[in-house]
Write a protein that binds this ligand. Structure first.
Ligand code: GLY
Length: 363
């Protein structure tokens, strides 16, 4: 019978042999064996959003040369971006919420054990993806949020740090002075004279997603973000939600999302991409199908939230990334000029940026 004890037993047997106990570097996923590194395999691949060029290189090398499980390779790969103060959409240096506080969301998922961990609205922790991995490996839960997630991280040796850089603080002050984008919607009313001040979804929803296939064909993934800039405190996006901002199934592949989290949540984006691939779609076909479904949902939602819709297409950005366990890969984006939205990929040919397929091309 499934339950906490049997689940932990499974973890010990299948996964924790590859996990260390260091608190200085809380997640280690090197193999416990001394087998030599395997040669690069044609099925091994790492995909990420365009801000993850270094991420895919690191993740690919960790899974191919050091035999990290794919989830751990992804978590270690995105750590480069989480620690980068120049990426204002992820980790340290991320733009804060409307109160000026940086709140981070992250999750990871492991194909072989079909297990996942996530943290949401966590404060003061530079590497939320690593905390999510600990939630996956060291608890019987999937999600930890807010102060509980922060305390869990500190208990496991993550030092609390100030994540708000001067640059991010200045951008928050500039936003606060104008305050053009308020996430609160006016109450529904039949009064035609009532103001309908719907916010324009013009703020970026940057994030990093990374999916990895190992040389053995196992899959895993990770998504980490500071979320929507100047969001309402406590708002969480799709990134920490399994089935939305990421999902994997070891029989099929792995997928994730960046962009407007609310659309990815409402469309079950990560899960749907995997299910389409299970039915035989290629990664690109599965991403395009899912974006079209989400676009149709937004068209209906625009009847009460017009800012979601731009004449004949969604008004927001959303990009999906997918890999199959055979190493095929692809990405698609909701709107934009062809060639404009890139994704990062690393396989036996090396790391590079490629163009995502555009569902609603603009001139
Ligand atoms: N996709 C990131 C977010 O919406 O928070």
């Amino acid at each position: 019978m499934a339950g906490p004890v049997s689940r932990r037993a499974i973890l010990r047997g299948a996964t924790l042999t590859a996990i260390g106990t260091s608190v200085a570097r809380p997640v280690r996923a090197e193999s416990a064996t001394d087998e030599p590194p395997r040669a690069a395999s044609s099925s091994a691949v790492a995909i990420a959003s365009a801000n993850g060029l270094r991420t895919v290189s690191k993740a690919y090398n960790l899974t191919v040369r050091r035999r990290y499980r794919p989830a751990s390779a992804a978590v270690q790969g995105v750590a480069l971006v989480e620690a980068d103060p120049n990426d204002v959409t992820v980790g340290y240096g991320g733009l804060p919420n409307e109160a000026g506080v940086v709140q981070l969301d992250a999750a990871c998922m492991d194909g072989p054990t079909h297990n996942a961990g996530s943290v949401a609205a966590i404060e003061d922790i530079m590497h939320p993806a690593q905390v999510a991995e600990l939630v996956m490996d060291r608890t019987d839960h999937v999600h930890l949020v807010g102060p509980g997630a922060r305390q869990f991280a500190i208990d496991h040796g993550f030092p609390p740090v100030n994540l708000l850089t001067d640059r991010a603080r200045q951008r928050w002050l500039a936003w606060r002075a104008q305050r053009r984008n308020d996430d609160r919607l006016a109450p529904l009313t039949d009064d035609p004279s009532a103001e309908t001040d719907h916010r324009a979804p013009t703020r970026p929803w940057g994030t990093i997603h990374c999916s990895v296939v190992s040389p053995q064909g196992d899959v895993g993934c990770c998504t980490t973000t500071s979320g929507l800039a100047f969001k309402i405190p406590g708002r969480i996006g799709d990134s920490p939600l399994i089935g939305a901002g990421l999902y994997c199934d070891n029989e099929v592949g792995s997928a994730g999302a960046t962009g407007r989290g609310e659309a990815a949540i409402l469309g079950g984006a990560g899960w749907l991409v995997i299910e389409r691939m299970r039915q035989g779609a290629s990664p690109v076909q599965a991403c395009v199908y899912t974006l079209r479904r989400i676009a149709e949902q937004s068209r209906r939602a625009a009847s009460w939230q017009p800012a979601l819709w731009d004449v004949d297409r969604p008004a927001y950005s959303l990009t999906l990334y997918a890999v199959r366990k055979d190493g095929s890969y692809g990405a698609a984006t909701m709107r934009g000029r062809p060639g404009e939205t890139k994704f990062a990929i690393c396989d036996h040919r090396g790391a590079r940026l490629e163009a995502a397929t555009v569902v609603f091309p603009t001139a």
